[in-house]
Design a protein around this ligand. Structure first.
Ligand code: PA5
Length: 429
């Protein structure tokens, strides 16, 4: 279960303000449930957990297992909501070093020619024993027109067809039901296609084939991940008070003029998850002059960097820390020598997680005393189930909180502005 711990907010927000904002959160949720909201045509992220499509999940599990047997490399080609969720879950649950199954690489998430050409060189370089690498490519774009993804797909697709006779079977496309250039290419080439439902927006799509296929190829149990989200949905009415408190508190800080929410974690495994939360909240709330800028921090690394600014800089910052209750590892500090040469014997035998937890507790105390309200989001365990719960919790939180601001959580009209300017510079007709 996901918990919002509000113990440290009392110095910043009054009980009466919180009670009033809580009612506003309740109202936003009620409107959401009744579909009485701007963007009501985008509520598919709730529909998919309300009515799980087990047949689709099983098909993805079995297809991914075949890909795992044949692939050395699986490339996820997408940007924004079309790759952030998969990357987050894979980074959270797979080992830091090496890979269990195909190596998962990413493309189409920026326009660096250096990156793409080096990627192509890497996948084309045989193993030391001379064996050719077996590469699979998953292009993911709901619109099928996003330039970053389309350009990378053009290069990679050509490379795939130049290098494999069966390239058509190694390219998998995940896109909207119809329309878009990508659908035309899929039809012409006969690529395998997964559909992103019309009513699910990009950043809310990790539990569709957008995220599920790459996550399954990475060897993660997507049934458990998906049903973690389903269990969070099914227990929604029991636990929603916690989510309302969180939404109410963030809303009040927004109203008070806070400008930045530092989204951080002390578990490097969760850096991808904080990036997913950043994208989910930032693209949803940042419109009509609204929104807290969701900045990312990885701790304790950043305590030796922007930690100074968080502690003593301009006082318009709040902080969200994603915490895992159960230790993520049982690795302990070495015994050292009897002379205590490095003067660390007071930590000998103690688990790193305990030391990391002390750093977290110390940081919460220091930041709170320094005038930074801290939200703590706790998940019980770092498992597929826990991450599924966290994903659904944050999707619902984002929708409720952004509706409280009075804006549509599900569109991103501002994204078009850079595209128009860029296309005009590039001379696109
Ligand atoms: O949340 C969103 O809708 C965006 O972040 C999109 O996912 C992103 O722009 C990529 O779009 P597409 O999947 O159409 O290529």
């Amino acid at each position: 279960m996901i918990k919002f711990n509000s113990d440290d907010l009392d110095n910043f927000l009054s009980v009466s303000d919180r009670a009033e904002a809580y009612l506003k959160a309740e109202k936003a949720y009620k409107d959401l449930c009744e579909g009485n909201i701007p963007g009501s045509e985008w509520l598919g992220w709730r529909r998919i957990v309300a009515e799980p499509d087990d047949a689709e999940i099983e098909e993805i599990v079995s297809y991914a297992s075949a890909v795992r047997q044949n692939a050395d490399i699986f490339i996820v080609c997408g940007i924004g909501g079309s790759y952030t969720g998969a990357m987050a879950v894979i980074r959270a649950l797979n080992p830091h070093f090496g890979h269990n199954g195909p190596e998962i690489l990413y493309a189409g998430h920026h326009m660096s020619g250096k990156y793409l050409s080096e990627l192509i060189q890497y996948i084309g370089t045989p193993f030391e024993d001379g064996r050719k690498k077996s590469v699979y490519l998953n292009v993911i774009s709901k619109s099928g027109t996003t330039l970053e993804t389309a350009l990378a797909f053009r290069q990679l697709r050509r490379w795939m067809h130049d290098n494999y006779e069966d390239a058509g079977k190694r390219i998998i496309a995940t896109t909207g039901p119809s329309g878009g250039v990508l659908n035309k290419i899929i039809k012409a080439e006969g690529y395998k296609k997964y559909v992103i439902p019309d009513d699910v927006g990009g950043r809310f799509s990790v539990l569709t084939p957008v995220g599920l296929l790459p996550i399954a190829v990475a060897g993660i149990d997507i049934r458990t991940l998906f049903y973690g989200a389903v269990s969070c949905f099914r227990k929604e009415s029991e636990n929603i008070g916690n989510l309302f408190e969180y939404a109410a508190a963030r809303y009040l800080l927004h109203e008070k003029g806070f400008a930045v929410d530092v989204i951080g974690t002390f578990e490097p495994e969760l850096f991808g998850i904080t990036a997913w939360i950043q994208q989910l909240i930032g693209e949803s709330e940042g419109k009509d002059g609204m929104g807290l800028y969701p900045a990312l921090s990885g701790f304790s690394t950043d305590l030796h960097s922007v930690g100074q600014l968080i502690q003593q800089g301009r006082r318009n910052i709040c902080e969200t820390l994603i915490v895992v209750d159960e230790p993520v590892s049982d690795y302990v500090v070495d015994e050292g020598n009897s002379e205590d040469t490095d003067q660390l014997n007071y930590l000998a035998g103690r688990p790193f997680h305990e030391i990391n937890r002390s750093a977290l507790q110390g940081t919460v105390l220091a930041h709170t005393e320094g005038g930074v309200p801290v939200f703590i989001i706790e998940l019980d365990k770092l498992t597929a189930q826990g991450l599924g719960e966290l994903i659904y919790f944050y999707e619902l939180f984002t929708a409720v909180y952004v509706l409280m601001l009075g804006v549509n959580p599900f569109n991103q009209p501002g994204v078009e502005d850079y595209k128009k300017a860029m296309y005009s510079i590039l001379g696109k007709k």
